[in-house]
Design a protein around this ligand. Structure first.
Ligand code: THU
Length: 140
């Protein structure tokens, strides 16, 4: 758990997950690789639906897979996104709903890596991307 995170390896796994994206409507393909506290990696891709609101983002697919496997604590997530058939042009920061799902399971120092390639990336924490977030401790 205290081992240093291999950021480039995690980005590579997100790029691999992106190849599985099901995005026939937007043609915007996203991949994520979620690193648990125990060191296991859970990939996710976006899965769209003809009823657009039923679409699920790559990040949430990764989280839900991990939680279903019994994971509850996480260190980091790498995210890549871009037009189908092209390398990512920009940084795919997580949407608000995904940030809220992260808030449920992660601490403020959870690392969010957005990447265009394995050597072009930006790193933030959940606390930076979701300041003053609403969590279980708010419900009293
Ligand atoms: N998408 C993600 O997978 N993650 C995000 O954080 C933002 C958006 C997906 C949803 C949809 O399939 C496509 O990107 C375009 O919005």
């Amino acid at each position: 758990m205290e081992e240093k995170i291999d950021v480039q390896k995690l980005i590579g796994q997100a790029l691999g997950a992106r190849t599985k994206a099901y995005a026939p409507y937007s043609e915007y393909q996203v991949g994520a690789a979620l690193l648990s506290a125990q060191g296991r990696v859970y990939p996710g891709c976006n899965i769209e639906n003809a009823s657009y609101g039923a679409t699920v983002c790559a990040e949430r697919v990764a989280f839900f897979r991990a939680v279903q496997e019994g994971e509850r604590e996480f260190q980091a997530i790498a995210i890549v996104g871009g037009k189908k058939g092209e390398a990512p042009e920009g940084f795919a920061y997580p949407c608000g709903i995904c940030r809220q799902v992260m808030k449920e399971f992660c601490k403020e120092d959870f690392m969010i890596i957005v990447a265009k390639s394995i050597d072009e990336y930006e790193v933030s924490t959940l606390g930076e991307l979701l300041p003053h977030g609403f969590g279980g401790d708010c419900i009293v």
